[in-house]
Design a protein around this ligand. Structure first.
Ligand code: NAD
Ligand code: ZN
Length: 236
């Protein structure tokens, strides 16, 4: 339950050197989403799918949070109850910026974790490849059926419950770096939301920007100070 929700997507990590899905140099130009991010691909295309997430996990090691992660983390530390930080991202840049696991909700999983398909244990593997961490086996039950802790398209996303619950008390919504294709952010703009801020690089066909109180089409690192000031003004 929070007065302010900061909902982020791939765009907030773009300036840290992590490709978004839909921008021009995005991952989807190099991979077909149905091959590596869709329900069933761990069965029909297991080796390439594991390899794709192994590469993303290894790349993450050297990525650093940018100014937007840092300011959002500071805001959350200052207003722990009033602000919910919720992200579609699977990177750990908010954690690298100082947030603890219980201070940020990851809706679509977390790259540095694996999940056992037999006993459902979720465990941290850092930046290791799936086959190398614990010898490629679940540390609890020993099964070799382990998978990236990533929600594929078409799979259930249990943390959406936390997202919907957070909106019960929400009066201010900040949307940063998401095209709105996976989560339609417009649908949250009910009358209880008094202020809504949208920050992307450019308009997205999946978002009706006329619905938002303030729209900032610029880099997140350039928009975040103004956004933070608005959040602080609202919470004062
Ligand atoms: P998207 O790729 O569909 O859209 C990215 C959005 O970010 C665009 O609207 C673009 O205008 C904006 N953007 C790009 N650079 C920006 C910047 N510097 N500052 C502000 N905005 C910027 O991303 P999405 O809506 O999050 O959906 C993609 C899905 O893919 C999500 O489910 C997410 O889990 C996953 N994904 C995650 C990561 C990651 O963890 N970093 C990276 C790629 C994809
Ligand atoms: Zn197990």
């Amino acid at each position: 339950m929070s007065k302010v929700i900061i909902l982020t997507g791939a765009g907030v990590s773009a300036e840290s050197g992590i490709s978004t899905f839909r921008d021009s140099d995005g991952l989807w130009e190099k991979y077909r989403v149905e091959d590596i991010c869709t329900v069933g691909c761990l069965v029909s295309n297991r080796a390439q799918t594991l390899d794709f997430y192994d590469q993303r996990r290894i790349e993450l090691k050297d990525k650093k949070p940018n100014h937007a992660h840092t300011i959002i983390a500071k805001l959350k530390k200052k207003y722990p109850k009033e602000i919910a930080v919720i992200t579609q991202n699977v990177d750990n840049l908010f954690e690298k910026a100082g947030l603890k696991a219980d201070e940020v909700v990851h809706l679509h999983g977390f790259l540095t974790n694996l999940e056992c398909e037999r006993c459902q244990e979720v465990y941290d593997v850092g930046y290791q490849k799936t086959a190398q961490s614990f010898g490629g086996k679940c540390p609890i039950c020993g099964s070799d059926k382990v998978r990236p802790y990533i929600v594929m398209f078409g799979e259930a996303a249990p943390n959406y419950q936390l997202l919907y619950r957070a909106f019960d008390d929400c009066e201010m919504l900040v949307v940063i770096g998401t095209s709105g294709y996976v989560i339609n952010t417009d649908m949250f703009l009910n009358p209880t939301i008094k202020i809504s801020i949208l920050n992307n690089l450019e308009p997205s066909p999946a978002i009706n920007d006329r619905l938002y109180t303030k729209v900032l089409y610029k880099k997140a690192s350039e928009a975040i100070d103004e956004i933070a000031a608005d959040v602080e003004t609202f919470l004062k």
